[in-house]
Design a protein around this ligand. Structure first.
Ligand code: RP5
Length: 162
């Protein structure tokens, strides 16, 4: 199976990124985690993206806050799918990162999840890999069913108690 690259702009993003790591772990998808910044370590970010396909990655998650250019900078140097997580923080509470991540020019797409939407970023990567992987697709179907069952269990509890 292809690996997922998880890159964050700073170790201060880790509490948000952890949910993506946990999700990939629970689905038994291999991953590699790095701290590369579009601004502080642009050469390392460039090298990672340029070599990612040859290095066995299937998609790349990029988490960054504030002037969040990391996902765009990575996407500029690979045609692998890039999923951006805008991280909450700074004076605009994540709106700055959301707009910086999502407003990409035509030709260089970044699939942007919600502010702090790390679990969905991992699920989207899993769904991309599952296009060619029946066992993973079955796991994702089972997760959907189990998530739905949990909601229905809560529905039964609330209906009985209120
Ligand atoms: C961004 O700036 C990082 O992704 C982080 O969200 C934010 C603040 O970084 P630190 O100053 O905490 O390292 O590039």
């Amino acid at each position: 199976m292809k690996k997922i690259g998880i890159i964050m702009g700073s170790d201060s993003d880790l509490p948000i990124v952890q949910k993506a790591v946990d999700m990939l772990k629970s689905l038994e998808i291999p991953y590699e985690v790095h701290i590369y910044s579009a601004h502080r370590t642009p050469m390392e970010a460039h090298d990672f993206a340029s070599n990612a396909r040859a290095n066995g990655f299937g998609a790349i998650i990029c988490a960054a806050g504030m002037a969040a250019h990391l996902a765009g900078a990575i996407a500029a140097n690979t045609t692998l799918p890039v999923i951006g997580i805008p991280c909450k923080g700074g004076m605009m509470d994540g709106m700055d990162a959301l707009l910086s991540t999502v407003q990409m020019p035509t030709g260089i797409p970044v699939a942007t999840v919600a502010i702090n939407g790390a679990a969905n970023a991992a699920l989207l990567c899993a769904q991309i890999l599952a296009v060619e992987d029946k066992a993973l697709a079955d796991k994702l179907d089972a997760k959907r069913k189990s998530d739905a069952a949990k909601v229905l269990e809560k529905d039964a509890t609330i209906a009985a108690n209120l």
